[in-house]
Design a protein around this ligand. Structure first.
Ligand SMILES: *Cc1c(COP(=O)(O)O)cnc(C)c1O
Length: 391
């Protein structure tokens, strides 16, 4: 032990708050203070805290079987894969424990696909402001200096383009490009949506050149935007998609979904994971997928998203000195601030409302998809209070 170095590696600048338990949209601190949670563990607790059906699914699985390894067939993993295939473009799924691992497999899948075509293509196009995780591959993909500095040499094979510049994309996307990897709505980048028309144009360009379209829906997927996956709003489908965060509702789980064509190179021995797709994670994921694909669930998310947005527009109008605009879709919303965003996050926290800062001076509002209309009203009251203290 070294008295000057903390036992927890100090890579986070943590807020000094300690929560003892959670219930629905609320987090209860050790001192009993109740916080309205518009963070959801960064878009993870899709059904809020301690959702009874998820607790039951996890408990039941915990009493039966925790882990067996992918050496064996895992029925609940197969069921979850079948459910995801039934509800999406995908023909096949590989389960991971996180979004970063999903990004790693997506990159490997792209490379193997082109290797097997006999006409290798090396370059994956990515975008400024992107976030795909913190592995050596994922930081190379995003390319931002704040993540890559000091960690070179970076993995080659990525070219980062400006965000939202369709002409730059057109110029770069020729038939030497292996794939384009993009978040339909940048999360860490500041709730920056790619317009539906641009996503359609991107799909068409990929079809023309043969490049694979890889969507990172780790943050915007799993019902967050009011559709099961954000790309559905544009009426297109990807070749490969990364999923994580919301899919486990708080239990570590991620996935790569792919078409049979894109996945064609990934035979026996090409990839693996000790924990990926273990029974505990898949039991929770399966229950969660059942709930968010059940009749009317996503309609409710869209309705609540519209209500939240409308109220946020009102907030922006009444505090033009604090806010610039509302961005995002469904319950993945952001407020672009004119004051420093971290001041607002702190003021909201003082009003017992938890929000998440993002790049581009934005605060993210990522409530559980199960948030009630009364809780939305309460959150707005607290945001208004927070903004008033900064005016
Ligand atoms: C969070 C996130 C990741 C990384 O997921 P981890 O589970 O933290 O590894 C990748 N892509 C996007 C868009 C994310 O928001």
């Amino acid at each position: 032990m070294n008295a000057s170095f903390p036992p927890v590696l100090p890579t986070y600048n943590r807020t000094p708050l300690r929560f003892a338990h959670g219930q629905g949209s609320w987090l209860i601190a050790e001192d009993g203070t109740r916080y309205l949670d518009f963070t959801s563990g960064i878009a993870v607790n899709a059904l809020g805290h301690a959702h009874p059906a998820l607790v039951a699914a996890l408990t039941e699985q915990a009493q039966a079987l925790w882990h067996v390894s992918n050496l064996y067939e895992i029925p609940v993993q197969e069921k979850l894969a079948e459910a995801l295939v039934a509800h999406t473009f995908a023909d096949t799924v590989f389960f991971t424990n996180s979004g970063t691992e999903a990004a790693e497999l997506a990159i490997k899948m792209v490379r193997k696909y082109w290797h097997d075509q006999g006409t290798p293509r090396d370059t994956i196009l990515t975008f400024e402001g992107a976030f795909h995780g913190r592995s050596t591959g994922a930081i190379a993909a995003a390319g931002a200096e704040k993540m890559t500095k000091g960690f070179g040499p970076l993995m080659p094979g990525f070219k980062t383009l400006p965000w939202g510049d369709l002409d730059a994309l057109r110029a770069a996307l020729d038939d030497t490009v292996a794939a384009v990897m993009i978040e339909p709505i940048q999360g860490e980048g500041g709730i920056r949506p790619l317009p539906d028309a641009d996503l359609k144009a991107l799909r068409a360009l990929c079809d023309q050149t043969g490049a694979l379209l890889v969507l990172d829906e780790v943050q915007c997927g799993m019902g967050r935007t009011g559709r099961l996956f954000a790309h559905e709003w544009a009426g297109i489908t990807p070749d490969i998609m990364m999923v994580a965060k919301g899919i486990g509702g708080g239990f570590p789980l991620g996935a790569v979904l792919a078409t049979a064509r894109a996945a064609s190179g990934m035979g026996v021995g090409t990839h693996g994971s000790t924990y990926g797709g273990n029974p505990l994670a898949c039991a929770v994921g399966l229950k969660l997928v059942e709930i968010i694909t059940s009749d009317g669930f996503l309609d409710t998310v869209r309705r609540k998203g519209a209500l939240l947005r409308q109220k946020l527009e009102g907030l922006v109008a009444s505090h033009p000195d604090i806010f610039e605009e509302v961005r995002g879709t469904g319950l993945m919303l952001g407020l672009k601030c004119t004051c420093p965003n971290t001041d607002l996050v702190r003021a909201a926290q003082d009003a017992h409302l938890l929000t998440v800062p993002a790049a581009d001076n934005v605060i993210r509002l990522l409530p559980p998809l199960t948030i009630s209309e009364d809780e939305i009203t309460e959150a707005l009251r607290r945001l208004d209070q927070a903004a008033s203290t900064l005016s």
